[in-house]
Design a binder for this molecule. Structure first.
Ligand code: ADP
Ligand code: MG
Length: 270
């Protein structure tokens, strides 16, 4: 589905990506993690065709991202940015319906089928009850779920999400991740998402990639990537890694300073 090879991208003098390669298979759940400013959002923008790398290759389904026409690309890929600028008080349903534009065309009216698809997507992200409310008057988490519904009702083959769980309460975080997992099974949806939540990434990701200063530290299955050595090298803080009581994936606990100063510290007990 996605193939990125040796991507280099700079914003003027700032090198955001420095030789990043990754491959995501069809139907895979792929999570990108890494410290603030490590290049995660830039990587997603290149993969969606919103930025062009200065060097390297970015392909979707074996074809350069830049070779897709905009409409074709937006039927294939739905991208949910980290923050969506909002200035007009569209209703939540109107915002979700905009997700149908790549299918109906900007100058055509949505039909009943489009409205049904929008309402179904809203039910799945738990925002159906907000359909007539202006999006400008919703909470951060509610708005996030409205924009997720917009992305879903586009029925993409690839969903690209930038920190989609950041504004959500724990119940909605798990619900969103479960929904993505269901969609993979129902439609073979491929998911590439940026998340700071290492534990969610470990529970749901088939493979994960850790970025630091625009370079790949490590990529592979969560149990191979999320070791305390790799996480400490990436984030520069002390973490404990043990096994989740739920199954064979790692559980990561960042260690507060006060525990590092005690006798028999967490660090030595690892
Ligand atoms: P992340 O999503 O991992 O936090 P980003 O991809 O947003 O990181 O940013 C990577 C680097 O590029 C950071 O150093 C950031 O400050 C810089 N950067 C991001 N967007 C811009 C921009 N529009 N202009 C200049 N520098 C930018
Ligand atoms: Mg970002």
């Amino acid at each position: 589905m996605v193939s990125l090879e040796q991507l280099v991208f700079s914003y003027g003098p700032i090198r955001a990506l420095d030789g990043v390669s990754m491959v995501v298979g069809e139907g895979e759940f792929f999570v990108v993690a890494g410290p603030n400013g490590s290049g995660k959002s830039t990587l997603l923008k290149i993969l969606c065709g919103l930025e062009r790398p200065q060097s390297g290759r970015a392909e979707l389904l074996g074809r350069p991202v830049s070779a897709y026409r905009r409409k074709e690309r937006s039927q294939l890929v739905a991208y949910l940015p980290q923050t969506v600028p909002l200035d007009f008080p569209f209703s939540a349903l109107e915002v979700v319906l905009m997700g149908r534009h790549p299918h109906v065309g900007l100058l055509h009216m949505e039909d009943r089928d489009d409205v049904d698809k929008a309402l179904e997507a809203m039910a799945r992200t738990d925002v159906a009850h907000l359909k007539d409310r202006p999006v400008t008057a919703l909470s951060g988490g509610e708005r996030q779920r409205v924009f997720l519904a917009q992305a879903l009702c586009r029925e993409p083959r690839l969903l690209v999400l930038d920190e989609p769980t950041a504004a959500l309460d724990p119940a909605h975080q798990v619900r969103l991740m479960d929904l993505l997992e269901d969609l993979r099974h129902e439609r073979g949806l491929t998911v590439v998402m940026v998340s700071h939540d290492i534990n969610l990434a470990a529970m749901y990701g088939d493979r994960v990639l850790l970025l630091k200063h625009g370079r790949v530290v490590c990529q592979g299955p969560p149990e191979e990537v999320f070791t305390f050595q790799t996480l400490e090298e990436t984030y520069g803080c002390v973490v404990l890694v043990d096994k989740s009581p739920l199954g064979c994936f790692p559980r990561v606990t960042p260690v507060p300073k006060r525990y590092l100063q005690k006798e028999g510290t967490a660090k030595e007990n690892r």
